[in-house]
Ligand binder design. Structure first.
Ligand code: AR6
Length: 180
């Protein structure tokens, strides 16, 4: 099933390492400490250098569903936006609302920083165990809502399963009511 709307050209799906992208802002799938971790968080800290951890320490953490911004240091990206997604329990503990809110918070910070291009990893779908298709639907819904504010919004998938899900959801031919 598709999203039921045409994908604006600004939303792109790629399967790639987010630490190597030349965009204004890279979003990190962080935890509430903002002090680094595994997965994409570890990769971003490794690529950005120790200055990133020093900048994160000054932020004093971030609640689930929110985001914080730092410079990108050694990344090509000017900014890193650290978004804290929910740990998946059963979907009945506010996980969809928290996931949506962390995408929205990241977009709001990117707009304030005047970023015109932004790349997101598949927040919460790794260590935090969020079901991938449900997470992709939420991510794409928020990406559509902010599409008018950016030149480029990249859904940067790392694993082939997430990439296939995003391509499927963005493909108008997959829409059940497709009459295009
Ligand atoms: N580029 C793009 N995506 C990546 C990369 C990369 N270099 N590396 C991994 N991914 P995860 P979460 C994908 O576990 O589920 C950390 O320890 C990965 O395939 O990184 O939000 C934090 O500190 C998956 O699709 O983040 C937190 O404690 C996606 O990134 C916790 O994990 C997210 O997987 C957050 O868990």
């Amino acid at each position: 099933m598709g999203l039921g709307v045409e994908a604006p050209a600004v939303i792109k799906v790629i399967q790639y390492d987010i630490t190597d992208l030349d965009v204004d802002a890279v979003v990190n799938a962080a935890n509430t400490t903002l002090l680094g971790g595994g997965g994409v968080d570890g990769a971003i800290h490794h690529a950005a250098g120790p200055e990133l951890l020093a900048a994160c320490r000054k932020l004093g953490g971030c609640p689930t569903g929110e985001a914080r911004i730092t410079p990108g240091f050694r990344l090509k990206a000017k900014w890193v936006i650290h978004a804290v997604g929910p740990v998946w329990r059963d979907g009945a503990h506010g996980e969809p609302q928290m996931l949506e809110s962390c995408y929205r918070s990241a977009f709001v910070l990117a707009k304030e920083a005047k970023a015109r291009s932004i790349a997101f990893p598949n927040i919460s779908t790794g260590a935090y165990g969020y079901p991938k298709e449900e997470a992709a639907r939420i991510a794409l819904k928020v990406m559509h809502a902010f599409a008018g504010d950016f030149r480029s919004i990249v859904a940067c998938c790392f694993d082939a399963e997430n990439a296939a899900i995003y391509h499927k959801l963005l493909d108008p031919s997959q829409r059940p009511d497709d009459d295009a």
